[in-house]
Write a protein that binds this ligand. Structure first.
Ligand code: ATP
Ligand code: MG
Length: 287
């Protein structure tokens, strides 16, 4: 498995219909699951250094069609991480207060402090995705010059690129992951939610409406991924029909990004070290 195969930007437009949702053929399930576990252990170690250094924050954006496996991926890849060092942000439908502001307002509030890892379960990409699929912007309380602008979504995409560059310039790393499932696999997972009593709670009839718009979603995802993948904020399109594979690849992306960030425990200067000697002496001299 080579992460370069999944990373964008690449030359040309993303074509999701031509990208497999299945693991690479030579991939061995047992081996991937074993490597997932060892990646998690390494992520835990890097996260502790990241938290101690507090110089850079890492934002991982997770997007997928419904039942793409976002929640269970988050649960798996964050297992063992010190909860104090991680933020999970769910971006649900915006409430009326959110909608009274610019679309990045609620996003800004979720920016983690440097030293933390934040995982966005859906994100500001919904503001160019779900909003576009359902033409929600036509109902927004905004001036006609904004709503009627034929470049409404192109403009938002540009703002997203700038926003991500801004975060990068402010000492954050951003990685965006699309869990790519097939329409058949989604159907199978919906049946599971309908038939397994323990999964009934996950079924949302609204997901069936979005399923009807499958092709529209795929088209817009292609557009968004092509346009917003940048060197400093890349997209990864991960085959996600097999959860053991997508979780392994996500763990690899997080681990490789942390390795690139190379966080280090802060090193004390001489003056501070001298103080430490004094603190130790104070402790030694305690009665
Ligand atoms: P699952 O994958 O298990 O179905 P989910 O992420 O879909 O989980 P839900 O609570 O079912 O979680 O759905 C959240 C919904 O909110 C999605 O349909 C998404 O498109 C919608 N949403 C999120 N952000 C926005 C936004 N800015 N504008 C419009 N809709 C949004
Ligand atoms: Mg849903």
């Amino acid at each position: 498995m080579n992460l370069d195969d999944y990373r964008y930007p690449k030359a040309g437009k993303v074509n999701l219909r031509e990208i497999s949702t299945e693991p690479e053929t030579e991939c061995d399930k047992e081996e991937c699951m074993r490597r997932l576990e060892s990646n998690i252990l390494e992520i835990v170690e890097y996260q502790e250094k990241l938290y101690a250094a507090k110089r850079e924050g890492l934002i991982i954006v997770l997007q997928a069609m419904d039942a793409g496996g976002k929640d269970s991926t988050i649960k798996k890849v964050t297992s063992g991480i010190n909860p104090a060092g991680i933020d999970i942000a769910d971006f649900k439908k915006p409430n009326s207060g959110d909608l009274e502001h610019d679309f990045l307002w609620r996003v800004n509030k979720m920016t983690p402090v440097r030293g933390k890892i934040a995982i966005y379960n859906r994100s500001y990409y919904e503001d160019v995705l779900a909003v576009q699929v359902h033409n929600l912007h036509l109902g927004f309380k905004m001036m006609p010059r904004v709503i009627a602008n034929p470049e409404f979504f192109e403009r938002r995409q540009r703002d997203i690129i700038h926003f991500e560059q801004y975060l990068f310039d402010e000492s954050y790393r951003i990685v965006k992951i699309f869990l790519h499932i097939s329409k058949d696999e989604q159907k199978r997972r919906f049946y599971e939610r309908l038939e397994d009593p323990d999964k009934n709670w996950k079924f949302d009839p609204g997901d069936l409406v979005d399923r009807e718009n499958w092709d529209k979603y795929q088209d817009i995802y292609e557009d968004i991924i092509t346009n917003t993948a940048t060197k400093n904020a890349p997209w990864y399109v991960i085959p996600a029909d097999k959860k053991w594979y997508s979780r392994f690849v996500v763990s690899q992306i997080i681990l490789d990004t942390l390795k690139m960030m190379d966080p280090q425990y802060p090193i004390l200067d001489e003056e501070e070290l001298e103080k430490f000697t004094m603190y130790k002496r104070l402790l030694d001299n305690e009665k």
